[in-house]
Design a protein around this ligand. Structure first.
Ligand code: NAD
Length: 365
């Protein structure tokens, strides 16, 4: 078991990574829940697939414990789910010392983290991410939130967990498309970290589908370390440094909405990175050689990511509503080469429409 320490301004916490971390970390769960109540927010699919692990967790938890199971989808990352969680906690008379444990992918973590951040003005919570995407990205860094109306993640908080337990065994039950979604964020980290890591991912990504532990441990470790160190320097996206983590995401979020959430987040991230690479090239930031190299990995997934007929204008208009914009113009994270990012880049509408068309051409049905 490896431990990465994240020393964020608001909290110092450990991310534990390994095979069967669950059992190895059990005593810490016991001590955190000693004399306190606990609520476990769990994705119902994960509950069915990993009953033994969840039972083991419940045995370790001291005090009153309740389990809130829910179907993890974007529709349920909502106020209605929050209300159900709070109703349950109030029925059980759970107070400020309650420990919340979120077991699931990014949806469960974002919802559980948000509930923990506002219940009784903030209670302790532990993340147990069960998707590759959550392990490499969403469980790290303390961004919590829910969707509201048409807008994703618009209501939320920055709130760091007590710990994050990454048990790589959960990956064994993930369907191929969910592994691909996790790889979407890993490709992003390849471009953020530098060519060595990017080329390692490009040359070995297929090992993720075969549950190759060495590869999985390496990509999780690199991604968590990078995100952790970025969050330490700019926890609440104040100085701009944390913005680099949004590479490809301005496009991705708009694609998700335009496609009516029929495309998964991680797949939209891959398509969105394709658009961001094209825009970087169009604006003269990235040369053709780099563009070709980075795109060659994106294109590998052309048969697995499928977009319904889309409207570039609509994607553009949705991007204009992005909460990260300033003064009515879209703020892009663009890239010169792996490891060299440009934040707050602006582009004219024609260039953006052109990059949407070029970036999405590989995924049209
Ligand atoms: N907070 C952040 O910093 C951050 C960062 C990136 C993404 N996100 C959010 O994360 C969400 C996407 O996360 P996700 O891709 O993990 O989605 P998810 O939570 O919906 O999980 C994807 C699917 O995998 C299933 N699943 C989960 N664990 C499993 C397992 N071990 N075996 C089999 N099936 C399993 C789920 O039931 C679901 O059907 C989006 O809502 C996105 O906005 C948040």
């Amino acid at each position: 078991m490896k431990k990465i320490n994240i020393d964020a301004p608001s909290k110092n916490y450990g991310v534990f990574i390994g095979n069967n971390v669950f059992n190895k970390y059990a005593s810490k769960i016991s001590s955190l829940s000693e004399n306190n109540d606990s609520i476990i927010i769990v994705d119902s699919k994960v509950y069915e697939l990993h009953k033994e692990k969840i039972k083991h967790l419940l045995q370790r938890v001291k005090g009153i414990s309740v389990v809130y199971k829910f179907k993890a989808n974007e529709k349920n990352k909502s106020f209605e789910s929050m209300k159900k969680i709070f109703d349950l906690m109030l029925r059980k008379k759970m107070g400020r010392n309650t420990l919340l444990i979120a077991v699931g992918g990014g949806i469960t973590g974002d919802l559980g983290g948000f509930a923990a951040s506002v219940y009784a003005r903030g209670i302790r919570y532990i993340h147990i991410p069960t998707t590759l995407l959550a392990m490499v990205d969403s469980a790290i860094g303390g961004k919590t939130g829910i969707n509201y109306g048409q807008t994703k993640n618009i209501i939320g908080t920055f709130y760091q967990p007590e710990s994050v337990l990454i048990d790589t065994e959960f990956i064994k039950t993930l369907p191929r498309e969910e592994i691909l979604c996790g790889l979407g964020e890993v490709i992003k980290y390849g471009l953020l970290i530098g060519d060595n890591f990017f080329n390692y991912v490009a040359g070995n990504y297929h090992k993720a589908f075969d549950y190759n532990e060495t590869f999985l441990n390496k990509i999780i470790h690199e991604s968590v370390s990078f995100k952790g160190s970025t969050v330490e320097k700019d926890e609440k996206e104040k100085t701009g440094l944390r913005k680099i983590l949004n590479l490809g995401h301005t496009f991705a979020h708009a694609i998700e909405v335009e496609q009516n959430h029929k495309i998964k987040h991680g797949m939209a991230v891959i398509a969105g990175i394709g658009c961001a690479l094209h825009l970087s090239n169009k604006l003269g930031l990235m040369n053709d050689k780099y563009l070709e190299n980075y795109l060659s990995l994106i294109i590998e997934f052309r048969d697995e990511i499928k977009l319904k007929k889309y409207n570039s204008e609509s994607i553009y208009n949705i991007m204009l509503r992005d909460k990260k914009n300033k003064k009515g113009s879209i703020n892009f994270v663009l890239i010169e080469k792996a490891g060299k990012l440009v934040i707050d880049a602006e582009a004219d509408k024609m260039a953006v429409l052109n990059s949407i068309k070029n970036g999405l051409q590989y995924f049209e049905v």
